[in-house]
Design a protein. Structure first.
Length: 523
């Protein structure tokens, strides 16, 4: 099977792509998707084999996040949805090539595509008509113009304004382009590019919602298609792209936008019988040229198509369950021992630290352990203070790992329950980074990091109340106190930082696995 990664998989285009691949090529493709939303908030999820919740594409960790998916899932092909991803994961990206991933994005050399102004200038330079541009000072007061965000997506943010308003000194147009007014209808030339040939259909936009066409007239037009050929002759184009046209005051077609990516309205063309997804699928499957082009090389009768919506239940919340992190989902016991060993070296103290965790799991703390080893109380306090200052450093956090089967448990639980993660850490930034790196943030409806201090139970209780949690699963008496303060049912895990004997002494029933806890809850 070929493994395909869909970036920003919550888009209309990705939903259509995933659905067609699973309906027509079910045995051929394993689809991985990532999106900034939770899995139950994207319709595409039903067609995915694996899902990852990603940071925003502007986040500094986003690039490495996607590369890690490619590496861990052994991705064959990558398909971006938005222009920012087109450059980040271009078809000539060396990191992707080293991983054996073929990207269907544009070449990084297409710098004219960096913003709408540069794109318009380039199109005009190769003979494709575009709307006339104006500066703030060159507009006429009583004439209307289009004002477009220079980094806009689709028709979002485009507005009509009189020149007098544009010229107002308080009007900021530094991040916009000003163009002559063009007139509806708007036409989208949807194109499939293969072996220097263009296959296309035209969608006349009759109605739209949130910038995406929902009612359309579909037909074919060789005159508009010729503009795509001009572009292909001068530019290294991806397989799927679209051009948008309107008419100016002279009743001439001008290209108002160029999108070198999938279109949000591509399913409308599919309904008319024009199937670029199957063409792309057959490229990935290395089929012959005739098979590849068969789904787009056809005459499409003129027809009207509307998009209608279907309401789907993506999740039924049965219970609201909160988890502690350290010692409950995450085995961080080794980190505690390593940090203690390093701190003792700083003080030139030689102690065997292998019994630290068993000692602490019986209800004691670092200071108790140090004193039991013959360290004075004052020295023990200094060592413990140093230990606290280091315990959440990234170099030590790398020693943590999830307990066995935790991801599988969270995946299953999150389908029918709202899950929350409530942990105590003083370095909140490192905590959130670690949670994202562990790949579990996508399973939680809410994540809270509270301070580690004498008031930690109260702080956790506040979060439990906020989330209306019914159940709190943790591994310490501090978690138990938080559950009591929030009137929440507590389930103790005894393979973390407190053992079975300790919980028995304080009269709390405990369990030796998360699965056993869930069986007791009867989920």
């Amino acid at each position: 099977m070929k493994k395909l990664l869909l970036l920003s998989c919550g888009t209309n285009a990705c939903f259509h792509i995933a659905r067609v691949l699973k309906e027509k090529f079910k045995k051929d493709f394993f689809i991985v998707g990532c999106d900034i939303n939770k899995n139950w908030l994207i319709p595409t999820y039903d067609y995915l084999d694996v899902f990852y919740q990603s940071p925003f594409s502007t986040d500094e960790n986003y690039y490495s996040f996607v590369l890690n998916i490619c590496k861990n899932e052994k991705i064959d092909f990558l398909l971006p949805s938005f222009d920012n991803d087109q450059f980040l994961f271009s078809c000539d990206n060396k990191d992707l090539k080293e991983l054996g991933v073929k990207s269907f994005a544009i070449s990084n050399s297409l710098q004219f595509y960096i913003d709408k102004e540069s794109t318009n200038n380039y199109l005009e330079s190769i003979g494709i008509p575009v709307p006339k541009n104006f500066t703030k000072d060159s507009v006429e007061d009583n004439t209307e113009y289009f004002v477009k965000p220079i980094h806009g997506v689709g028709s979002n943010g485009i507005r009509k304004e009189l020149g007098s308003i544009i010229r107002d000194k308080n009007q900021d147009t530094s991040k916009s382009i000003i163009q002559e007014l063009c007139f509806e209808p708007e036409f989208t030339l949807e194109c499939f590019h293969y072996n220097n040939k263009i296959y296309s259909v035209v969608r006349e936009r009759i109605a739209s919602k949130s910038g995406v066409c929902i009612k359309t007239r579909i037909f074919q037009d060789k005159k508009l298609e010729q503009y795509a050929y001009i572009l292909a002759k001068n530019t290294n184009l991806p397989h799927i792209f679209n051009m948008q046209f309107m008419k100016n005051r002279k009743d001439e077609y001008v290209c108002t936008d160029l999108n070198l990516r999938t279109a949000g309205g591509m399913s409308l063309s599919y309904a008319a019988g024009w199937d670029e997804v199957s063409a792309l699928a057959n490229i990935m499957l290395e089929k012959d040229d005739k098979t590849i082009t068969s789904s787009v090389n056809k005459t499409i009768s003129e027809q009207y198509i509307i998009r209608h919506y279907e309401d789907s239940v993506t999740k039924v919340v049965r219970k609201r369950i909160a988890f502690d992190l350290d010692g409950t989902l995450l085995d961080s016991r080794k980190r505690h021992e390593i940090v203690m060993s390093d701190v003792l070296k700083k003080y030139n103290i030689k102690l065997n630290t292998t019994d630290l965790i068993p000692f602490k799991s019986d209800g004691h703390n670092n200071k108790d352990w140090l004193i039991s080893k013959g360290i004075s109380e004052n020295k023990a306090k200094l060592i413990n203070k140093e230990w606290i200052s280091r315990i959440e450093d990234n170099e030590y956090l790398n020693n943590d790992f999830l307990y066995p089967n935790i991801k599988e448990i969270l995946i299953k639980l999150s389908k029918e329950n709202d899950l929350f993660l409530i942990t105590a850490r003083n370095n909140k930034e490192n905590a959130y980074q670690q949670i994202n790196k562990l790949g579990i943030s996508q399973y939680f409806t809410g994540i809270s990091v509270v301070d580690t201090c004498s008031n930690t139970p109260e702080l956790k209780a506040i979060e439990l109340i906020k989330y209306k949690a019914e159940i709190f699963i943790g591994d310490t008496e501090s978690d138990y106190a938080a559950a009591i303060k929030s009137n929440c049912n507590y389930y103790a895990y005894n393979n973390g930082f407190r053992n079975k004997e300790y919980f028995k002494r304080i009269n709390i029933k405990s369990y030796n696995s998360i699965n056993n806890i869930l069986k007791s809850i009867i989920i």
